[in-house]
Design a protein around this ligand. Structure first.
Ligand code: V55
Ligand code: FE
Length: 479
């Protein structure tokens, strides 16, 4: 019998496990859903099947639950299914969790030693005719895009050497290539990073390995038309600590920040390293090259904001006490030295999004989520604690914000859905947690005017556990 999820922030309130695999046909909609929104929105949520062995476990260890909202001519259907990883199969066979600390196999039950422990819980990515469920500590799990049944691990037909694949690959929308990397590519707490490219058909056409200055939590990276940018921020891993049953990650600001930049047409041997003071950033928004200059737009903070990492590092800094913002770092390759410049583009926030067509360009408009104390008190949702209470559209440059918020609600990452109407900025689609009702709903906002409120609300008869990332796959338009 399943009993006793921890009473911690990671497992209570909106973070309580849902574990619901279900179908809801033709969801109730308040308002008008634009009929041009046709396609599938895939989302991944960590959703622990069993109470964790580690009572201090983090939400982001949870078994991956993939869900899909299918938008079809003004109707929306919902489906959710667990990704059947080896980890989950092992746990289900035992009817309890056999897995210990986050990314520490030495704390697992001996019966699963040597088994794959990836949870496939971070980002669903559609590429080369495959739906991949990604988690940065392991290889992709492939899932059937229609049934959401698990196909199995995807290792590029046996060609991928890296043991890991980032949850933040970067698509070049013009070439159809998927750029990605794996860190700890050669095994637990190794400095090996694999830089990889899959062509538009999903064939692995490039895999080059290099070493980073230290083992770091490399959550995201950027690709421009001419360069590839590898950020290394000082959330670090150490094999001896992990072998002793300790934390995978600690915050080590003395190590500083390293940013590696290589020419996209060159090789990892051409990597040039820039250095700066310690910062933490999970998500990059966009990068572009302009002559000798390479620009990196991302969401930065002064420390790692994950409470479980802070605890392991002996620090306690609340997110709003950690300075940060949406920033642009600029690297001038024509100049010698290791320095770079910073310009603040907007206030702190995360989950940045731009229109697909704007990637790798100097784009004008972006969207992201923020916690703004002016828009209400902190409400628990997600692994950091306080959920986002504000959806923002920002004009990059002027920094002008248009915000949406609603009392008692927190918001997950929005997807941007383009419009076919000329001059129309498209739509933002996101899940909201309604704390008063203990239910979730989906909001459809006009991307240009989030401040004018949702065009419609897609009602759910259940609470969705806070998601990590989602992606939009447009329906194929047939004549
Ligand atoms: C993140 C999420 C993860 C993870 C590492 O948001 C970093 C950052 C959902 O899992 O394993
Ligand atoms: Fe992420």
């Amino acid at each position: 019998m399943t009993t006793g999820f921890p009473g911690t922030m990671d497992f209570t309130g909106f973070n309580a496990p849902s574990r619901v695999e279900c179908d809801v046909f033709d969801l109730e909609i308040d308002g008008t859903l634009p009929e041009e929104i046709n396609g599938s929105w895939y989302r991944l949520t960590p959703d622990a099947q069993f109470p964790p062995l580690d009572r201090n476990d983090t939400l982001i260890s949870g078994d991956g639950m993939i869900s899909r909202f299918r938008f079809n001519d003004g109707h929306v259907d919902f489906r959710s299914r667990y990704v059947m990883t080896e980890r989950l199969k092992d746990d289900r066979a035992a009817r309890r969790s056999l897995h210990g600390r986050y990314r520490n196999p030495f704390t697992d039950d001996p019966s699963v030693r040597g088994h794959r422990r990836g949870a496939a819980n971070t980002t669903p990515v559609w590429h080369g005719g495959r739906l991949l469920c990604l988690k940065e500590d392991s290889r992709a799990m492939e899932v059937d895009p229609h049934t959401l049944e698990t196909v199995g691990e995807w290792n590029y037909g046996g060609r991928l050497k890296s043991q890991t694949m980032t949850a933040h690959p970067r698509l070049d929308v013009e070439t159809g290539e998927l750029y990605f990397f794996g860190y700890e590519a050669g095994g637990l707490a190794t400095r090996d990073v694999a830089f990889c490219v899959a062509d538009r058909n999903g064939e692995l056409v490039r895999e080059e390995w290099f070493q980073v200055p230290y083992v770091a939590l490399m959550h995201d990276f950027l690709v421009t038309k001419e360069h590839v940018i590898f950020p290394v921020f000082p959330t670090t891993a150490d094999l001896a600590r992990i072998q002793a049953g300790g934390a995978h990650w600690v915050w080590e600001p003395d190590k500083g920040t390293f940013i590696g930049i290589m020419p996209r047409a060159g090789s990892v041997n051409d990597m040039r390293w820039f250095r700066g003071e310690a910062r933490m950033s999970f998500h990059c928004m966009n990068g572009f090259s302009d002559g000798s200059k390479v620009h990196m737009d991302h969401c930065v903070s002064g420390v790692n904001v994950f409470p479980f990492i802070q605890q392991a590092s002996g620090i306690h800094v609340l997110p709003h006490e950690s300075f940060g913002g949406l920033v642009r770092w600029t690297f001038d390759l024509s100049r010698p030295g290791e320095e770079y410049e910073e310009v603040i583009l907007g206030p702190p926030g995360d989950m940045p999004r731009i229109a697909d067509r704007d990637h790798m360009r100097n784009c004008a408009i972006a969207y992201y989520e923020r916690f703004d104390p002016a828009n209400g008190p902190p409400l628990l949702a997600g692994p950091v604690g306080a959920g986002f209470n504000t959806v923002s559209r920002i004009e990059l440059g002027p920094g002008k914000l248009r915000d949406y918020h609603q009392p008692g609600a927190t918001f997950e990452e929005a997807i941007h859905v383009p419009s076919r109407q000329p001059g129309h900025e498209g739509y933002l689609v996101l899940a909201a947690e309604l704390h008063g009702e203990n239910l979730s709903e989906v909001l459809v906002l006009q991307a240009e005017r989030p401040d004018s409120g949702p065009l419609c609300r897609v009602k759910l008869p259940l609470r969705l556990r806070p998601q990590v990332h989602g992606n939009w796959v447009p329906a194929v338009v047939t004549a």
